[in-house]
Design a protein around this ligand. Structure first.
Ligand SMILES: C[S@@+](CC[C@H](N)C(=O)[O-])C[C@H]1O[C@@H](n2cnc3c(N)ncnc32)[C@H](O)[C@@H]1O
Length: 301
């Protein structure tokens, strides 16, 4: 079962209004979504997830609370278009709880886990064609280095990419544990951390994670009403850097006009930074998933 990370801190900082409109961009197994729905007696919750299993599970979970919600089985990068189709241009609050859910990792057949053997997959959206099997067996040596280095921050990226290419010259790489063995043979000493970083890199590539986040966070800021809040939970430094950079961009006076006696409206900050919160010691000891998570909160001016 998935245990929601930084749940109380997110809900408290969302400043939920009973009649507000909220968007949960990463519904997953509905922990945050449920907590929002319980607090909006006359409001509405839209929730996105590109994983149909998460949508089905959460539909049942949320239906027990109320009917004031709509679940949208697509990527949150389409947030603006999806809301536009529903005649919604401004909302009271938006949350992102990025990355994968525990069931996605734990269900062996999803091919995310480096602990169990299954065909390499790692797709959040089971309808998309790009999967981990394709990445590992078809990407060039240079492209593999690029993703291992940039998405996994792995120093043995070159060695690992080379071993993968040598191996697949003889036979295709079919399963998660086959890949784990190749990774471990490419480095001086077997390392779970290296395996974890390479799996993370492939997962980010398969699901186009970082590009989708950038677009969706910008759109979210533009969709907030005045005093509306955006809460974003990230799980690794690559995600957090993107969020931090966008928040900085919109919370500071644009460099171009700094020092002018009067700042034109379109260059003024449109958000203020509210807080950055890490999990408590208690949460860290009760939920290992919360490790390295960060919650960033902004408010629309
Ligand atoms: C960490 S889980 C969310 C857990 C949820 N907050 C809870 O309390 O149960 C992240 C979810 O976001 C989904 N997801 C990740 N990237 C997505 C994207 N670009 N568009 C839509 N859903 C996405 C994943 O499929 C996963 O179910």
């Amino acid at each position: 079962m998935h245990r929601s990370v930084l749940l109380d801190e997110t809900i408290e900082n969302l400043n939920i209004r009973e009649d507000g409109i909220y968007i949960d961009c990463t519904l997953g197994y509905g922990g945050h979504g449920e907590a929002i729905l319980k607090r909006i007696k006359r409001g509405w919750l839209f929730a996105f997830d590109k994983d149909i299993d998460a949508i089905k599970f959460s539909n049942e979970r949320l239906s027990k609370i109320s009917n004031n919600f709509e679940l949208i089985n697509t990527s949150f990068s389409l947030l603006k278009d999806e809301m536009y189709q529903r005649n919604i241009d401004k909302v009271d609050g938006i949350i992102f709880d990025l990355g994968v859910s525990s069931p996605q990792i734990d269900v062996v057949e999803r091919g995310f886990s480096y602990m169990n053997d299954y065909r390499l997959d790692m797709r959040m959206d089971k309808n998309q064609s790009l999967d981990a099997h394709y990445v590992v067996n078809n990407y060039s040596y240079e492209k593999l280095i690029d993703i291992f280095f940039n998405y996994g921050e792995e120093r043995y990226s070159k060695n690992i990419a080379k071993k993968i290419c040598d191996y697949r010259d003889k036979k295709s790489i079919e399963t998660t544990l086959e890949l784990v063995k190749i990774i471990n043979k490419s480095i001086p000493k077997e390392s779970k951390d290296t395996v974890k970083r390479i799996f993370q890199a492939i997962r980010i590539e398969v699901n186009n994670e970082l590009n989708e986040i950038e677009r969706a966070i910008e759109d979210s800021i533009n969709m907030l009403k005045t005093h509306g809040r955006l809460c974003v939970i990230t799980f690794h430094s690559l995600e957090d850097k993107i969020v931090k950079k966008i928040f900085k961009k919109y919370s500071e006076v644009n460099k171009i006009v700094k020092g002018l006696p009067e700042i034109p409206d379109e260059y003024k900050p449109i958000i203020k930074i509210i807080d950055r919160i890490y999990p408590s010691k208690e949460e860290l000891s009760n939920n290992s998933r919360s490790k390295s998570s960060t919650l960033r909160i902004i408010e629309r001016l």
